[in-house]
Design a binder for this molecule. Structure first.
Ligand code: ATP
Length: 234
């Protein structure tokens, strides 16, 4: 579904990634793990058209998208849940969710999707009139995910969904990611929390200073000595 080939990205003179290659097959959950500054967010920004690659290819359903606008990329079915939630404070939960559907015109279908989001995140229905800025971190993460789902993505890009959350919320969010995937959405996940990310992933890639240094199934990486030592404290 997604093929990233030799992706190199710069910010001015700073090279953030170097010839990164990986694949996401339809129906999978794929996790990219790595420490601070490894280049994880940069890769997601390049895929969603927020930052242009210096070189390399990003193929989505066989077609290059690295020169497309973010709007076009969303229309093609790729939606990103950005790091740190980035929900719109000062707007209600419902208004935030509406923003996720801003490119869509199919009113009846949009109503169905509100229902779908509230089924997945019942707490959001209870809080739908509340200012999003006053929600807990876990609830804001749910709003960000719900907002992305309102664009009906085929491929969901998740930027550190565990960040800043208590273990109980992490468990809940990851259970929901698994459910979203089981219901047909392909997921590319980037995480510093290697354990939770690899546990739910069919495939994983380890990034260090902008390069892929290891790849394998989620299980293989969890069991690998290098990964254990560097990311799992063991
Ligand atoms: P984190 O988990 O800390 O967000 P990351 O793996 O997502 O880390 P990136 O944010 O992709 O890492 O950053 C990769 C490298 O690019 C880092 O060295 C970072 O300092 C640099 N970088 C990121 N954004 C910019 C920017 N706007 N201008 C200059 N350098 C940047």
């Amino acid at each position: 579904m997604l093929e990233v080939k030799k992706l190199t990205v710069h910010y001015g003179v700073i090279q953030a990634t170097k010839e990164v290659s990986f694949q996401v097959k339809e129906g999978e959950i794929v996790s990219l793990i790595g420490a601070n500054g490894a280049g994880k967010s940069t890769i997601l920004k390049a895929i969603s058209g927020l930052h242009r690659a210096t070189s390399g290819d990003i193929l989505y359903q066989g077609k290059p998208i690295q020169k497309e606008s973010t709007k076009k990329i969303v229309e093609l079915g790729i939606s990103q849940v950005p790091e740190g939630r980035h929900v719109f404070g000062g707007m209600t939960v419902l208004e935030n969710l509406e923003m996720g559907a801003f490119l869509r015109k199919d009113k009846a279908e949009i109503q169905k999707d509100f229902k779908m989001v509230f089924e997945r995140f019942p707490i959001l229905e209870e809080r739908k009139k509340q200012d999003t800025a006053t929600l807990s971190g876990g609830e804001q993460q749910m709003v960000a995910m719900g907002r992305a789902l309102m664009s009906r993505p085929k491929l969901l890009l998740l930027d550190e969904p565990s960040m800043g959350l208590a273990p109980i919320f992490i468990k809940e969010i990851f259970a929901i990611i698994k459910m979203i995937n089981a219901q047909g959405t392909t997921v590319l996940l980037i995480e510093q929390n290697a354990k939770v990310a690899l546990e739910i992933a069919q495939q994983g890639y380890v990034l260090e200073t902008g390069r892929v240094v290891k790849s394998g199934t989620g299980k293989e990486l969890l069991a690998s000595d290098d990964v254990q030592k560097a990311y799992l404290g063991g």
